[in-house]
Design a protein around this ligand. Structure first.
Ligand SMILES: NC(=O)c1ccc[n+]([C@@H]2O[C@H](COP(=O)([O-])OP(=O)(O)OC[C@H]3O[C@@H](n4cnc5c(N)ncnc54)[C@H](OP(=O)(O)O)[C@@H]3O)[C@@H](O)[C@H]2O)c1
Length: 279
């Protein structure tokens, strides 16, 4: 599996499997399927309520722990130093592991500085191998990265062909941080799977729209975690390293960028109010 090196030297698989919107009752089966077709990085979160399913699949897989890379995220209801610290212990328990490979703050709201201190402490204690953030767009990202002792090593943000995060990626790289994409397939929005540009490129290589879009992200150095509950799609989504998009293909796909979210704008007051309801 191709890896990327984080700022602390930890090697992280560039392709992983995400379990957002995977029902807790289905999660163990899905993660077992994902492991069976070759995934070694799993992305979950406290807010997905399926960390136990991830842990159960890992335990049953028989794969040595050091060959796996587990990512989770602290939810905003657990922000502030004390609550975040307790929630990290709870995630470790649910995942059935002594350490989490990468722990992120899920959202840039509430007492994120207190929560981040808990991440730094757990990192120093060896409970977390790497730490970072998610949904921290340049303003919040630069603010946090400039005011903590251990700058975020990864920032997981909405990144796909329609919202490419070119400028945000440059800021992250300036601070030694890796970009990780959520919704690499845009969750199928905006007629993603029948996009004519992606279809035409796919036909030239004998690849699906999903494979073209995922390959484009990895060629930009982006870490990806496509989600599917179907094993044949899991397999399709991981098998993307046997072809290379040309500079012309990359330039064609670059034109699809709208620079806007297909989900929600973290700078919109109504969105902030929505998150305050989920504390
Ligand atoms: N940090 C955050 O705030 C945040 C937010 C969202 C997501 N995430 C993470 O990012 C991961 C991926 O994002 P996402 O789950 O939102 O969306 P996504 O991976 O962009 O898209 C998933 C959707 O695409 C379908 N699909 C997957 N592979 C396909 C293929 N090869 N052909 C056709 N359809 C395919 C899936 O359907 P089926 O399942 O039916 O196959 C599902 O409906 C999540 O699971 C989660 O780990 C993080």
């Amino acid at each position: 599996m191709k890896t990327v090196r984080l700022s602390n030297g930890v090697e992280m698989p560039q392709i992983g499997y995400g379990v957002y919107q995977v029902e807790p009752s289905e999660c163990e089966r899905c993660v077992s399927d994902a492991l069976s077709v070759g995934y070694r990085m799993i992305d979950t979160a406290q807010a997905y309520h399926n960390e136990e399913g991830v842990g159960a699949a890992i335990a049953k897989s028989g794969i040595p722990r050091d060959e796996l890379f587990v990512v989770s995220k602290v939810w905003i209801s657990n922000y502030g130093y004390e609550k975040a610290k307790a929630s990290i212990s709870e995630s470790l328990r649910k995942l059935g592991t002594d350490y989490i490979d990468l722990m992120l703050l899920h959202q840039p709201f509430c007492d994120r500085y207190g929560a981040y201190r808990a991440l730094e402490e757990a990192y120093r204690e060896g409970k977390l191998r790497a730490i970072g953030v998610s949904n921290f767009y340049p303003d919040n990202f630069i603010d946090l990265a400039s005011n903590v002792e251990i700058p975020p090593m990864v920032n997981q943000v909405e990144t796909h062909v329609f919202n490419q995060q070119i400028k945000a990626q440059k800021y992250m790289e300036e601070y030694g941080c890796r970009i990780m994409s959520w919704a690499p397939l845009a969750e199928g929005r905006n007629n993603f799977f029948t996009n004519p540009v992606l279809e035409a490129i796919g036909e030239r290589y004998g690849k699906s729209v999903a494979q073209v879009a995922l390959r484009w992200l990895t060629q930009r150095g982006v870490i990806i975690i496509p989600k599917s509950v179907r094993i044949e799609r899991m397999e399709q989504n991981i098998n993307i390293l046997d072809f290379t998009l040309s500079d012309e293909d990359m330039a064609e796909i670059a034109k699809l960028d709208t620079g806007k979210s297909l989900f929600f704008d973290h700078h919109d007051g109504e969105v902030t109010k929505m998150f305050m309801g989920w504390r």
